[in-house]
Design a protein around this ligand. Structure first.
Ligand code: AMP
Length: 539
C-alpha cells in the first residue's frame, strides 16, 4: 500500500552504528584476569569490532550463518565478538563454561561451531572439550601470554587476528530475521537445547529492557553486567546498554562479592544485573564491610525467585531499588518485571514488598497465559494455578535442530513454570513443574516456603524439595544454610510459619547444610539436592 513508513531492518549492526554515531565517548571498563583495569570508548570498541568482522571474513573464512563460539568471561573482547560476529553474518554462540565437559562437548558438536574464541584462563577446561569437538577448525585465544602452554592445535592470538585489518567494513545485506546469536539452556533436565536469536528479536528485546516499565536505562547510567555473557547473552545487556548509550562495566572472572562491591564503588555503577545468589553475597559483603555506594540506584534480579526478605534488605536498609524480573533462555530472556505502580504507594510497605516479590507484569511485546491441567485458560484471579505459557517477538518458535513438544498448536511456548496471574496482571511463580511437591494429593509450592524460611534473620539460604514418603507419597524437606554458627530454633520457625501456611505445607524435616548446590548459572540445583536426600540416607 502507498504512503507507509520506511522499513529499515532491525539489526545489531544498527545498534553498533548508533552507539558509535551518538555516544562515541561513552566508556567500556573491564577488569582483566590479572586484576588490572582496561578502559576504552564506544568508538575504540567500534573500530576493533569492525577489524574483527573483516578478520572473520578474510582470515577465518566464516560464511553467513556459520556458528562461531566463545568460551569467555564478560570482557571487552567478548563484547567485540557479540557485535563483530553478527556484523559479518555469523552466529555468535557463547558457551556456558560452568557446564560439564560432556555437556559442553555435546553443545559444540550440536551447534557445529567452526571457530572457538577461548579465554586463556579457561584453557585447561576447554582442552578437555577440544578432543571431541568435531567441527572446530580454529581456536583464537583471548588474554593469552605469548608463551602460552596449551594442547589446543591450530590456535592464534586474538590481537594478531585483528591487528592489520581495516577499521571500515561493508556489512552484508542483513535480513532482520536472520540468526545472530545462539544460546543453549543450562540443561538441568535432558540435553541442553539451543535458542537461536535473530537480529530483530535481539533489537526488540534490547528496546524492551530499556523501557520505563523494565530497567528504564538511559545514557546517564553505568551498567555493571554481572550476568555472564554465556548465560542468555548476559540478559541482552550488551545490546540494551549500547542502545541506551550507557557506560558498561565488565567484571571479567572477578565475580566474588568483594570484587563486585569494589566495582560498584569505584566505577560509579548505577544499575547492575544478577541472579539472587549474587545479590545474597553482595548484601552480606555490604553488611560485613559497610560502604557508601551513592551512585548505585537499581538492581535487576531474575533467573530464580528473589526472596522477599532480600528485597526488603536492599530496598529498606540500603535504599536500592529492586527490579524483579522473570524470563528464560527461550524468551531472550525478559518476559515480565515487577514494579510498584502509583496506586500501590498507599499500601502498607509490607504489601508493597509482596508485590515486588511477584514475578511481575508482561513487558510490552510479551503475552502470558496460564493453562490448567484440563487445558482451560485460567482466570486472572490471583489463585488459579497452571502452567505458564508465553508468546512474543523474542520468544523462540522452536528449538535449534531439536524437536520438542513444548509448543502448543496455537503458537505458545510452554515454559514448565507453574503459577497464577492476579487481577492486576501480576504473575506469581509458585514452582517449576518438576519441583512441585504433591503431598497427600495436595500441591505444595516450594518457592513460597523457601521465602518464608529465608525471612528468618539467621537463615542465609533455604531450598525446599520433595522427599518420598510412604503415607503421603511426598513430603517437603527444607535444607537450610545459616548466616553464622547460630541455628534458628526449628520449632519456633514452624510455629511462625503456621500463620501463613496450612499444617501439611510445612516441612517435617529440616536439615542444615553448608551450601545449597548450585547450577551452572548460580540457581539452586534441586535435582542435585533431591539426589542427596532421595533415599533418606543423609537425613
Ligand atoms: P534459564 O533459561 O536458565 O534462564 O532458566 C529459566 C527459568 O528460571 C525459568 O523457567 C524459571 O523457572 C526460572 N526463573 C527465572 N526468573 C525467575 C524469577 N524471577 N522467579 C522465579 N523463577 C525464575
Amino acid at each position: 500500500m502507498d504512503g507507509l513508513m520506511m522499513n529499515i531492518p532491525l539489526t545489531t549492526n544498527s545498534i553498533l552504528e548508533y552507539g558509535n554515531r551518538v555516544f562515541p565517548y561513552k566508556k567500556i571498563i573491564t577488569k582483566n584476569p590479572d586484576g588490572s583495569m582496561h578502559e576504552y570508548t564506544y568508538h575504540d570498541m567500534y573500530n576493533r569490532t569492525l577489524k574483527l568482522a573483516n578478520a572473520l571474513v578474510n582470515k577465518l573464512k566464516i560464511k553467513p550463518g556459520d556458528r562461531v563460539a566463545t568460551f569467555a568471561w564478560n570482557n571487552y573482547q567478548h563484547l567485540e565478538l557479540y557485535y563483530g560476529i553478527p556484523a559479518m553474518g555469523g552466529v555468535c554462540h557463547p558457551l556456558n563454561l560452568r557446564l560439564s565437559v560432556d555437556q559442553i562437548t555435546f553443545i559444540v558438536n550440536h551447534a557445529e561451531d567452526r571457530v572457538v574464541f577461548v579465554d586463556a584462563t579457561l584453557l585447561p577446561l576447554f582442552e578437555k572439550v577440544a578432543h571431541n569437538a568435531k567441527n572446530v577448525e580454529q581456536y583464537v585465544l583471548l588474554n593469552a601470554p605469548r608463551d602460552v602452554k596449551t594442547t589446543l592445535e591450530n590456535y592464534i592470538f586474538y590481537e594478531d587476528l585483528i591487528a592489520d585489518e581495516k577499521t571500515s567494513f561493508t556489512y552484508p545485506e542483513t535480513d532482520e530475521n536472520s540468526a545472530m546469536g545462539l544460546c543453549y539452556t543450562s540443561g538441568t533436565t535432558g540435553d541442553p537445547k539451543g535458542a537461536l536469536y535473530s537480529h530483530r528479536s535481539t533489537y526488540l528485546h534490547a528496546q524492551a529492557i530499556n523501557s520505563p516499565n523494565a530497567l528504564c536505562t538511559s545514557s546517564n547510567d553505568t551498567l555493571l553486567l554481572i550476568v555472564p555473557q554465556f548465560h542468555v547473552m548476559a540478559w541482552g545487556a550488551p545490546f540494551s546498554g549500547m542502545l541506551a548509550g550507557a557506560n558498561m562495566v565488565l567484571p571479567g572472572p572477578h565475580l566474588n562479592p568483594k570484587a563486585l562491591v569494589e566495582l560498584l564503588e569505584n566505577t560509579g555503577v548505577t544499575i547492575a544485573n544478577g541472579v539472587p545468589t549474587i545479590w545474597m553475597g553482595v548484601y552480606d559483603e555490604l553488611k560485613n564491610n559497610p560502604r557508601e555506594l551513592p551512585a548505585f540506584k537499581k538492581l535487576a534480579v531474575g533467573g530464580a525467585a528473589m526472596p522477599k526478605s532480600l528485597i526488603i534488605a536492599y530496598m529498606k536498609e540500603l535504599g536500592i531499588e529492586v527490579l524483579h524480573a522473570w524470563g528464560m533462555t527461550e524468551t531472550s530472556p525478559l518476559g515480565t518485571a515487577s514494579r510498584l505502580q502509583v496506586h500501590h504507594f498507599n499500601l502498607p510497605v509490607e504489601e508493597q514488598y509482596e508485590i515486588i516479590a511477584r514475578q511481575g507484569v508482561e513487558i510490552a511485546g510479551i503475552e502470558i497465559r496460564i493453562t490448567q491441567e484440563d487445558g482451560a485458560i485460567a482466570p486472572r484471579d490471583g489463585k488459579t494455578v497452571g502452567e505458564i505459557e508465553v508468546r512474543g517477538n523474542w520468544v523462540i518458535k522452536e528449538y535449534y535442530k531439536i524437536k520438542s513438544d513444548n509448543f502448543t498448536k496455537d503458537g505458545w511456548f510452554k515454559t514448565g513454570d507453574v503459577g497464577h496471574i492476579n487481577e492486576e496482571g501480576y504473575m506469581t511463580i509458585t514452582d517449576r513443574s518438576k519441583d512441585l511437591i504433591k503431598s497427600g494429593g495436595e500441591w505444595i509450592s516450594s518457592l513460597e516456603i523457601e521465602n518464608a524460611i529465608m525471612a528468618h534473620p539467621l537463615v542465609k539460604e533455604a531450598a525446599v524439595i520433595a522427599i518420598p514418603d510412604k503415607k503421603w507419597s511426598e513430603r517437603p524437606l527444607a535444607a537450610i544454610v545459616t548466616r553464622g554458627d547460630k541455628k534458628p530454633d526449628i520449632e519456633e520457625l514452624k510455629e511462625a510459619m503456621r500463620y501463613a501456611f496450612a499444617k501439611y505445607q510445612i516441612p517435617d524435616v529440616f536439615v542444615f547444610i553448608d551450601e545449597v548446590p548450585k547450577t551452572s548459572v548460580g540457581k539452586f540445583d534441586k535435582k542435585q539436592l533431591r539426589k542427596m536426600y532421595a533415599d533418606g540416607k543423609l537425613i
